[in-house]
Write a protein that binds this ligand. Sequence first.
Ligand code: HMG
Ligand code: MG
Length: 303
Amino acid sequence: MNLPPRVKLVEVGPRDGLQNEKQAVPAAVKIELVQRLQAAGLTEIEVTSFVSPKWVPQMADNAEVMAGIARQSGVRYSVLTPNLQGFEAALKSRPDEIVVFAAASEAFSQKNINCSIAESIERFAPVVQAARAAGIYVRGAMSCTVGCPYEGEVAPERVGYLAGLMKGIGVQHIGVADTIGVGTPLKVQHAIEATLKHYDIDAISGHFHDTYGQALANTLISLQMGVWQFDTSIAGLGGCPYAKGATGNVASEDVVYLLHGMGIDTGIDLDKLIDAGQFISDFLQRKSGSRVATAMVNKRLNA
Ligand code: HMG
Ligand code: MG
């Protein structure tokens, strides 16, 4: 097996995790969560989105959250920007990285960002140009790379097509997302292979929701292909409000346990990560979605 010696996790809990929450989550709680995540050793945190507050009310406090974080050197803070309006608003918050997000399926593109795939690329192009001119790194996310809640299975060719469009407008890194967590390892492999036609393995990350419990298996096959960057979410929070039936992302705690168990370095302190997960689960008054966190908290209680 050809496994990478080190893996970078991009913690998406504050953004993907909380965007779907119906209950109000005060900015102070989001800020505290980010503090705890960076204290646990996360070096890249997707903090918030500069999207329409009418579409995603939970992210309306984007600027307040960005302003409240005590930035730590060596940590990169990213935000989602769907258009120039969002990018210009985000600029004031000095993100290290922005994320433009497109979909491999037309129906999901319409539902999520209210435009076709082609229109989304037209909208992103000036955002990418402006970001790069300002020295801000540009990551792209491709939703529905194996399945779509509205169109069903998505062919790898459509993933390759979208990856080519993203590359063409200057997106520097690309995330292969299983938005609704329906993927199984070989399907994920095919989506990554299609992406590899346009992006180097070092510029590809995996973003796996865990709706059908396949995310760790999908992570493992990606690792075996040489992917060494993954988006994960504390306590397994997450879901997109416009992806019917999607539940949380793969839990950060579970991925860290998997990686450390295979001798792969992450730079993350699993105990502190568990504490961060407990903090947000307690706030939300919900059981953690992480199996590892549940097991380790039980072990602590019984010690
Ligand atoms: P639209 O309605 O077509 O936009 O929405 P518009 O340009 O026609 O503008 C309409 C109104 O929205 C105007 O306000 C604009 O000012 C405002 P009004 O005049 O009506 O008061 N507006 C904005 N406000 C704040 N920030 C902005 C912005 N843009 C316009 N950036 C839009 C298009 C993209 C804005 C909308 O569809 C939207 O906000 N969608 C967000 C969807 C979203 O955040 N989804 C979740 C994140 S993606 C995800 O979770 C998937 C991922 O995790 C990977 C995976 O798992 O697949 C990344
Ligand atoms: Mg997602």
